[in-house]
Structure formats: C-alpha cells, structure tokens
Design a protein around this ligand. Structure first.
Ligand SMILES: Cc1ncc(COP(=O)(O)O)c(C=O)c1O
Length: 361
C-alpha cells in the first residue's frame, strides 16, 4: 500500500519498517483480543509480561547474548548511561579510559570526570573527528576500571571497524547508532548500551546488555534508579518501563528475523553505504567528511565546497522526497542516516540525486 511516505534520512528518531508500523496500527485499539492497546496496559499484566519476556528473548537470540549477561530495558536515553556507567563501574580502581571520537563520547567522558580519574586513551579531535584511532594509537591504562568507546559516531559519520583489545579491562560501548546492524561478540564486552531510536524502536527506550558480575559495585551515592543492580534484581521493572517502545522493539526484531537477522543486515548495510560513498568519491562537487577506513555504514557525511550549495542540495532533495539530509552543525554539509530500515530504494534514489546534482551544478 502507498502511504505517500518520503525517504527519511533522520539520524534519530529515524525511519521504521513499514510492516512494523502496519502491525502496530493493526494492534493499536485492541492488542490480540485483550480489549486494549499496549499503551493502555498495566506493565504488571500477564499480557504485557508476555510481550516483555518475548522481546527480551528475541533480542538475546538476535545478538546471541550469552549466559551471565543481563538485558535491561531502561529509560533516560543513551545519555543517562553517560552517568550510569561511571557510577556503577568506576569504583573498581577509581580510574577509567575513554576514547573520544565524537560528540557523544566527549559528553560521556566529561560526565565521567565527576566520578573518578578519567584518562583520554585516544582522541580524534585533532582532525575534527574524521577518523577512528588504530589499536596501536590507543594508550591503555591496565588499571582502568573500564575502557569506554562509541562504536559509531552519529554526527561525524565514523565507525570503529574493530573491537579494541584491552586485556582484562572491561569494554563499555555506546552502540546507539549501529546496534543490530551486524553480529557482535557480546562476550568481549562488559557493558553495551544503546538508545533505541535509530535501529530498534521509537525514542524512550534505552537497552543495556551487561555482564551481571559488573553490577553491585556502585558508588555509595548512586541514585536508586541509576543502579544497575536495582534494575537487574527487578528485571527492569523497579518502576514502569517504556512499555510501548518495548512492544515496538519486539515488532522490529520480528522484522529483522525476516531480513536474515543481524547477519542479513551486515550483508546489505555495507553495500548500501558503499553505493553512496562511491557516487560521492566519483563526483566533482562532493567530498566525504570521514576518512576512508573510518567511514560509517550508518551515517554518511558529505559536503560540497560551499555552504550555499549544501543548502541548495538539502532544499532540492527535500522537494524530491528525501528529508533530514542537513548535516549536524559540528560537521556542516549533509548527512544521510541509513539505518537498517532504510530501504535500498531510498539509497538508490539518493545516489541518483547526488549524481544529477553534481552534473547540474
Ligand atoms: C552514538 C550516540 N550516543 C548517544 C546519543 C544520545 O542519545 P539519547 O538522545 O537517547 O540520550 C546519541 C543520539 O543521537 C547517539 O547517536
């Protein structure tokens, strides 16, 4: 069915699969004979409990989350994890390593400085975060309580192509903008977290996947709601969880399964991104903002040599049915966010538009 939708390249909240939206619509007034919407249901009801447990099980399966790891469905956005991580983890040695490869890693690093001694293990600020440091460039402190990095830098359009080797130091990773885009070895991580509003669900849900033994060591003044142990003990239901978003995540995970799961996503995401990088690299007008080898498959950042021409591009693209292509002010130019739910047709349309714009200007 044609809903007159446009290709939405928003960095988040972002486009969701149409079939997911259709299922949500069909369930909206009466969820499977319960006589009510999931939005109206008690989070303690058996109907919602089934949705909750089912979604958690589907996520565990999709990411192959091993035993000993808890899956938490929290609120507060990925940004609340910038505080929760140090509050819960830094007591091990009082120190932590941060790789600052973009805006959100920088915010997390600044927040952590309130709670312990923070060492910047690597920074890409010298080249406006256009690259990811190599393993050799990481200055690791073997006494760090954890090593923190952001797997995909949404604003700058860079993505780590490797998992840092940190020995015994647990890895903490913000995967907000590339979770579910590829298989990951969860056992390599101490804590993985992600705001849901890019690859998982509507805004309002924050997913945490963590080694259970890392909980229970929080700083004494850690607020109850920011204590991982509270949430593990209560299976994320100390208070009312983001019920609707959890339900939506379940639908997205069903859709993901039909696409071949995270392995299926990995097969097509690079092809999608490469199609855009190729037209950008082969054009006269456009350059990619991120350096080769560090380029993100989720957020493609590019620009012309002139802010006026960038503005013209965004305006004409919008008129042609492609929205939210304006880049973040820290980078300028354009950004195409092409998460899992962006169909190949959207990529092809944008690639053809870039080529036509290059010829016409
Ligand atoms: C990588 C990354 N981390 C953290 C955030 C902040 O997420 P939230 O708005 O859910 O706090 C974002 C938001 O875009 C992001 O892209």
């Amino acid at each position: 069915m044609d809903y007159d939708r446009i290709f939405n390249f928003s960095a988040g909240p972002s486009t969701l699969p149409v079939s997911v939206l259709e299922s949500a619509r069909d369930d909206l007034l009466n969820y499977k004979g319960s006589g009510m919407s999931v939005m109206e249901m008690s989070h303690r009801s058996s109907v919602f409990d089934a949705i909750f447990q089912d979604t958690k099980a589907k996520l565990r399966k999709a990411l192959n989350v091993p035993e000993g790891y808890a899956i938490l469905f929290l609120q507060g956005g990925a940004s609340s994890q910038f505080s929760m991580v140090p509050l819960n983890l830094i007591s091990a040695t009082g120190k932590a390593d941060y790789a600052v490869t973009g805006n959100f890693a920088n915010l997390a690093c600044k927040e952590a400085q309130k709670y312990g001694q923070i060492h910047i293990a690597a920074s890409s600020a010298d080249q406006n975060h256009s690259y990811i440091p190599t393993q050799e460039q990481l200055q690791l402190d073997p006494e760090a309580s954890y090593f923190y990095y952001c797997a995909n830098n949404t604003i700058y359009g860079t993505e780590w192509s490797y998992v840092p080797e940190t020995g015994k130091v647990p890895l903490v990773c913000d995967m907000s903008s590339d979770i579910l885009s590829r298989p990951i070895d969860v056992s390599k991580y101490g804590v993985i977290f992600a705001g849901a509003q890019k690859n998982m669900a509507p805004a309002g849900l924050t997913v945490v996947i963590m080694r259970e033994d890392l909980a229970g060591h929080e700083l004494p003044y850690t607020p109850l709601m920011m204590n991982y142990q509270t949430m593990i003990a209560k299976d994320s239901m100390y208070n009312t969880p983001p019920c609707w978003c959890i339900y939506m995540l379940g639908l997205v995970l069903d859709w993901l399964e039909t696409q071949g799961g995270v392995a299926g996503m990995e097969r097509i995401k690079h092809k999608k991104a490469q199609m855009l990088y190729d037209v950008i690299d082969n054009s006269r007008l456009f350059t990619a903002a991120a350096q080769k080898g560090s380029r993100s498959d989720m957020n493609v950042t590019f620009r012309t040599a002139s802010p006026e021409l960038d503005a013209k591009f965004v305006k004409e693209a919008t008129a042609a049915g492609m929205s939210n292509l304006k880049g973040h002010r820290n980078v300028g130019g354009m950004r195409a966010s092409i998460y899992n739910a962006m169909p190949m047709e959207g990529i092809e349309t944008l690639a053809a538009f870039i080529e036509a714009f290059d010829r016409a200007n």
